[in-house]
Design a protein around this ligand. Structure first.
Ligand SMILES: Nc1ncnc2c1ncn2[C@@H]1O[C@H](COP(=O)(O)OP(=O)(O)OP(=O)(O)O)[C@@H](O)[C@H]1O
Ligand SMILES: [Mg+2]
Length: 253
């Protein structure tokens, strides 16, 4: 069964896309079939997947032109597949709201008979309709978080949003876990926030820490994940271990 996981945090630059791409690559490395959906007009995940943006179909073409969702799926340079995103998703965001078409993405996924074990959805750094579509489609959400002073406030409001959607019986989404990204434990504040996080959200915090590692930041410019670019780097190993932890949480729970 296709497990749909949204990667969300309305705070910008916390490692959502890096997590989406490297988790997709890590899960694919376990021979699971993985689809990555780029729901961000910035299109960063598409770049990191090595997709040429100009002439590929996105959810825009699916929504406005009726292009089959399966025809919006491309091979990445890694082993996972991608539905790319880009600037045209801004128009899609407006249209879904104007057309009162909330839930369109989940409906499309369900109607398209996709053959994947996991679908990972990268969302933009806002709680706009695109992010809501991602949260609505997903059965679980992963929240990447940088251990900084303001980080915890954002997480609480994101959790409330997910809860609100669930309470209205609109989706079965739940928070699977919080992932600490760009970790540098030499930084005292980061250590304090990390401790706070474990205290407040204990069972939700992934044990795996994603370290700050320049190889993860370099990989997108080569159109690939850190897993493919430098498999022996600390960053790649951390994401592989995160994928293992996720699989244990989801498949053996
Ligand atoms: N573990 C890491 N080590 C080093 N650099 C990282 C790491 N994770 C992310 N980065 C870098 O930090 C920046 C922000 O990361 P990323 O794009 O993944 O965040 P994001 O939450 O998707 O951002 P946005 O909110 O704009 O979508 C990028 O330049 C990325 O390469
Ligand atoms: Mg991003």
């Amino acid at each position: 069964m296709n497990k749909i996981i949204a990667i969300a945090n309305q705070k910008g630059g916390v490692g959502k896309t890096t997590t989406a791409v490297n988790l997709a690559a890590s899960l694919a490395a376990t021979n699971r079939k993985i689809l990555l959906i780029d729901l961000d007009p910035q299109g960063n995940a598409s770049t990191a997947a090595g997709i040429a943006k100009n002439n590929s179909n996105t959810l825009y073409n699916h929504y406005f032109e009726g292009v089959d969702l399966n025809k919006c799926i491309y091979k990445s340079k890694d082993q996972y597949d991608v539905i790319p995103g880009g600037e045209e998703l801004i128009a899609l965001e407006v249209a879904i709201r104007n057309d009162n078409n909330q839930g369109f993405l989940l409906k499309s996924i369900n109607e398209s008979n996709l053959q994947f074990d996991y679908t990972i959805i990268d969302t933009p750094p806002t709680l706009n309709q695109l992010t809501i579509e991602g949260l609505f489609s997903a059965s679980g959400t992963l929240i990447p978080l940088q251990c900084e002073y303001y980080s915890l406030e954002g997480v609480t409001s994101l959790m409330q949003t997910i809860q609100t959607i669930s309470n209205k019986n609109m989706s079965s989404n739940r928070v699977i876990g919080i992932i600490r990204t760009m970790v540098d434990m030499r930084n005292n504040l980061a250590k304090d926030v990390s401790d706070e996080l474990e205290k407040h959200f204990s069972s939700l915090v992934f044990n795996t820490l994603i370290p700050r590692n320049v190889k993860l930041a370099e990989a997108p410019s080569h159109g690939m994940s850190g897993i493919k670019y430098k498999p022996d780097s600390y960053g790649a190993k951390a994401y592989l271990s995160l994928a293992g932890e996720l699989i244990r949480k989801i498949e053996y729970a």
